[in-house]
Design a protein around this ligand. Structure first.
Ligand code: PXL
Length: 299
């Protein structure tokens, strides 16, 4: 099995070992609770893409459901890390941003992206700040307008519906949603960066849930659905974003990458539900990695 796994990468059409793709993942490290970098690193790496990291903060756990967590803000390390990398002339094929450690980091991350990207770098922005109709408690009301500035320089935005409504300064609406509502929302979001948007947490009934994707070039909305499972776990947005990033860097189309990420996320939720663990500890994504690799190579 191991032999076949490495062959999958090296025998892929057009693959050269010297041309491995590299992504810069900009998120926090939460020591416990499976989100941000502790999911981005293993997931993107398992898809054959080198994953460099710019950690925004270090926490003992994430902030969703745990109390008394430690929080080390790394804002003052970001520019020096960027300056060092500039001397290395390092190239990034992708950048994937998520949870930022402070309001000030928004402008710094914009600077990092501008300094370390080139015209072919794909910039994936997850405006991590809210879920289930609520802004995360550690952010204040000014945070969404700052996050909107970061979204403006992205190529692919991946908000959930709560984040979408905050970016657009609209009231949060509970699902199930109508097609009209979703397509209106996604077209308004696409005006922020004039490129591509993937809206997560979309459902029209209680059977299927997934994501809508919109490409400003074709002006079309496509839907990637899978089973709607009646439980929610922390960190699934990051699991989705990481799989999506890996799939896009493997040259999948926007829709294919979205479907791969939806299917992977649902599989992780199914495995976790079967284990009956506390939702704040995140999903068992490790057991779904073989499925993810199969979907990348169409096997
Ligand atoms: O998964 C989003 C996330 C990432 N990092 C930290 C968080 C959260 C959501 O609550 O608290 C530290």
């Amino acid at each position: 099995l191991f032999y076949n796994y490495s062959k999958l990468f090296t025998q892929k059409e057009g693959f050269k070992l010297s041309n491995q793709k590299r992504v810069l993942a900009i998120h926090d490290i939460s020591g416990i609770g499976k989100c941000s970098l502790t999911v981005a690193l293993p997931i993107i790496s398992s898809m054959g893409v080198e994953t460099s990291v710019l950690p925004t903060a270090i926490l003992s756990t994430h902030t969703g459901g745990f109390t008394d967590y430690t929080y080390r803000d790394l804002t003052s390390d970001l520019i020096p890390m960027m300056e060092h990398w500039k001397t290395l002339n390092i190239n990034f094929d992708g950048m994937y941003t998520g949870f930022l450690g402070s309001f000030e980091q928004i402008d710094i991350v914009i600077d990092v992206i501008k300094n370390l990207s080139n015209s072919s770098t794909i910039k994936i922005i997850d405006p991590v700040m809210a879920d289930n109709g609520k802004l995360y408690a550690i952010f204040d009301k000014t945070f969404p307008s700052g996050m909107k500035k970061l979204c403006e320089i992205g190529d692919v935005l991946i908000p959930n519906i709560t984040e979408a409504t905050l970016l657009l300064e609209e009231e949060y609406v509970e699902g199930p949603y109508s097609k009209d509502y979703i397509e209106n929302l996604i077209r308004k979001l696409a005006k922020i960066n004039n490129k591509k948007v993937i809206l997560t947490g979309v459902y029209f009934d209680d059977k299927k849930l997934g994501a809508a994707c919109y490409d400003s070039e074709t002006e079309s909305v496509e839907y990637a659905f899978n089973e709607k499972i009646d439980t929610s776990y922390h960190g699934t947005g990051d699991v989705f974003g990481s799989a999506l990033t890996g799939a896009l860097l493997n040259n999948k189309s926007l829709f294919e990458a979205t479907q791969i990420a939806v299917d992977f996320t649902v599989d992780t939720i199914k495995n976790t539900k079967a284990a009956n663990t506390d939702p704040k500890y995140g999903v068992n994504f490790e057991m779904s990695i073989p499925l993810l690799i199969k979907s990348i190579y169409n096997i």
